[in-house]
Ligand binder design. Structure first.
Ligand SMILES: [Mg+2]
Length: 317
């Protein structure tokens, strides 16, 4: 059996439920969009050895690929509709790995009620690469952007910070293993419900994929403002809290490591109550971590109010 046939055959059942995919029998998927809505599209790629470790369970790689893309839709306040998959396998297709990948993909498509709308599979001599395009929609003109933060806004962060980069450090043997960290590294929780609910409340949003300092920097730059974050207010898991109490040198990794996929929001003070209600309805913890001021760049202050400096604010693409 040719490898393309195999992957195609494995993927086809995942597309069958979605009539928009036309059963993967046609040249492209066809999506209806209501006249008062807009399509939101995003693409993320993952390469062996760069975005995941050799030997990682392909099912987890597939699920992370789905989740990082959905996190981008969440940051735009969008509702997810479906995905397109690019699967570039290494020369000799590992059948088991392909099956595991499709298994993980199917599991998360079901979990997030997403349709596989189409895609392509190739084989090439070098390492494997996966790409995923996620499509979503928002009411016309209402997509959340990075660029809307204004001086006086309050900054909020969902979930907890640092678990994923510490999970990666643990996987690399730099830290003792904590299963909660490792799970967060492989399986981030895209904050779709929160993103949709805060769409009418927040001035700006971004998901923390490259590291808090770097992503806050993107918001500051596109909005033309300065973001001031109080380290003491950052929401941390119990494991992370314990580590930082014993080994404060890990703060840098927590603040600049990526992969947490939490939402950073800039919200006007008068939107605070609505924001808390939205977070409650989305069952997503949300912490006030700082404020927006006139100026530029990002300042993270320690407990004594001193500005911290970072050699590298985050992941560089
Ligand atoms: Mg993003």
């Amino acid at each position: 059996m040719r490898e393309f046939d195999l992957i195609g055959r494995l993927l086809r059942p995942l597309a069958r439920q979605a009539k928009e995919s036309l059963g993967l029998e046609d040249d492209a998927a066809v999506l209806a969009v209501a006249p008062d809505r807009e399509l939101v599209a995003t693409l993320d790629m993952m390469a062996a050895g760069r975005h995941y470790l050799d030997g990682d369970d392909p099912a987890l790689v597939a699920r992370k690929l789905v989740r990082v893309n959905l996190s981008d839709l969440a940051a735009m306040g969008a509702t997810a509709r479906g995905i397109l998959l690019g699967y570039a396998a290494r020369g000799d297709l590992d059948e088991d790995a392909a099956r595991r990948f499709v298994e993980g993909l199917g599991r998360d498509l079901e979990h997030f009620s997403l349709a596989l709308l189409g895609g392509d599979t190739i084989s090439q001599a070098r390492g494997e690469v996966f790409s995923l395009t996620a499509l979503g929609e928002v009411p016309k003109g209402e997509a959340l952007r990075r660029c809307g933060a204004r001086a006086g806004d309050l900054l909020y962060l969902s979930g907890t910070l640092g678990d994923a980069p510490l999970g990666l450090a643990a996987l690399k043997g730099e830290l003792a293993r904590r299963e909660a960290w490792i799970e967060r590294f492989y399986l981030p929780s895209p904050r779709l419900s929160l993103g949709q609910r805060v769409r009418p409340i927040a001035h700006a949003a971004i998901d923390v994929s490259d590291g808090l300092v770097a992503d806050a920097g993107h918001m500051a730059r596109t909005s033309g403002v300065r973001l001031v974050i109080d380290r003491a207010r950052l929401p941390l898991s119990a494991d992370t809290c314990r580590l930082l109490a014993e080994q404060p040198e890990w703060w840098t990794r927590v603040l600049t490591g990526g992969d947490d996929y939490e939402l950073l929001l800039a919200v006007p003070p008068e939107g605070r109550d609505d924001l808390m209600r939205a977070a409650q309805a989305a069952r997503t913890p949300l912490a006030w971590i700082g404020r927006v001021e006139a100026g530029e760049g990002v300042t993270v202050r320690d407990e004594a109010g001193r500005a911290l400096s970072f050699a590298h604010p985050g992941f560089v693409h």
